[in-house]
Design a protein around this ligand. Structure first.
Ligand code: AMP
Ligand code: MG
Length: 347
């Protein structure tokens, strides 16, 4: 599988750290299949308690690798001839055929763009690159205001048009490029979970770079317990643990991928309204949703909006969201009632 540069290392770290929490339960007879490997610049981990003893882990692993490779070839901006890279290189305003997967992700991205008043924007790539967080190699530093404005002139999801029959996309402004980094991992989690469903598997956990879907139970009959990381710079700790069953969870944070300059930290999450990394005290947002794709996009959108506007939107839209906000040397949690019902009290 082709590896792409790692820009999603944060959530993977959360998850690996939590292995001890999640998996050190005594086995009660049911065999656990674990599949893992690199993908999308991060890693994937899949845990399955198969209902069918005949399930061949090697064959399943090969199928999942193929599925991930296909999604990468469609959506990665790190692969020159992916569907998305071809669209980005496209210098005309004519229609370009795309795969149904790409259509599905972009349609959802445009919906979340609209919902968030433009805070979530998959055309943000040029500004992400300008700050040194994108696929174009560039040293990280604070750009001048004029250059920021020049790059901001190149963005805007409103310039994208989608068509379903046949699946196609067009840009109504040139140049215009798409970056699916904030939503594609969630889509891939859904795709793998969907594949496991078609195989009649009911007890599994799928994770890519911290975006997770869990279903059914572990061998002890309990739901999967997933830890949410405390958003500390350079350290790992658990903030809280929740039980997930037939639901996906995505986290977006400002504390793993950042650089420091002039005594401030600059994160990879860019506010399209300013062209600058987010500056508020909201350190991370975790969203639960039926679809990992939607949870992924909403977590990023709410993080961009910040504690005030973000929580207002989460409340209005009944989004199950947990906000971890910096307060002096500590953190406070703010959550919607929908999120609260998933919280697990550990005995
Ligand atoms: P996530 O970890 O899902 O929050 O995605 C973060 C990645 O999304 C960043 O590394 C950027 O490539 C991209 N990104 C940054 N800001 C935005 C934004 N406002 N809307 C959509 N994608 C963004
Ligand atoms: Mg996201």
């Amino acid at each position: 599988m082709k590896l792409i540069a790692d820009k999603y290392n944060r959530p993977a770290v959360i998850f690996l750290f939590l292995h001890s929490l999640i998996y050190q339960q005594p086995a009660c007879g049911r065999e656990l299949i674990t599949l893992s490997g690199p993908t999308m610049g991060t890693s994937y981990t899949i845990k399955i308690y198969p209902s069918n003893k005949a399930l061949d882990g090697k064959i399943l692993n090969a199928r999942i690798e193929r599925l991930l490779e296909k999604i990468n070839l469609q959506m990665s901006t790190y692969i020159d001839n992916s569907d998305i890279s071809l669209f980005n290189q496209h210098t005309s305003d004519g229609w370009l055929d795309i795969d149904k997967n790409v259509y599905t992700v972009i349609k959802e991205a445009l919906r979340v763009n609209h919902l968030s008043g433009g805070a979530f924007d998959i055309t943000i790539g040029p500004v992400v690159n300008l700050w040194g967080f994108g696929p174009e190699y560039k040293s990280r530093g604070i750009p001048d205001e004029l250059t920021i404005q020049q790059e901001l002139d190149k963005i805007g999801s409103r310039h994208i048009e989608l068509r379903a029959q046949p699946y196609a996309i067009k840009k109504n402004k040139l140049p215009l490029a798409v970056d699916l980094s904030a939503i594609a991992k969630g889509f891939a989690v859904d795709a793998i979970a969907g594949h496991l469903d078609t195989l009649g598997l009911h007890n599994y956990m799928v994770e890519i770079g911290g975006e997770i879907k869990a279903k059914g139970a572990k061998d002890n009959g309990k739901s999967w317990r997933i830890g949410i990381e405390r958003p500390l710079y350079g350290k790992q700790a658990v903030q809280t643990v929740i039980a997930l069953d037939n639901i996906a969870m995505a986290t977006s944070g400002d504390y793993r991928n950042y650089f420091e300059a002039d005594g401030s930290r600059y994160s990879h999450i860019i506010d399209p309204r300013t062209g600058r990394p987010v500056k508020h005290q909201l350190a991370s947002v975790t969203v639960l949703h039926r679809l990992a794709m939607t949870a992924d996009a909403l977590a990023t959108a709410l993080l961009v909006l910040g504690p005030g506007e973000g929580m207002q939107l989460a409340g209005q839209e009944n989004i199950a969201a947990l906000f971890i906000v910096r307060k002096k040397n500590d953190f406070t949690e703010i959550m919607t009632p929908q999120f609260q019902s998933y919280l697990l009290t550990l005995r």
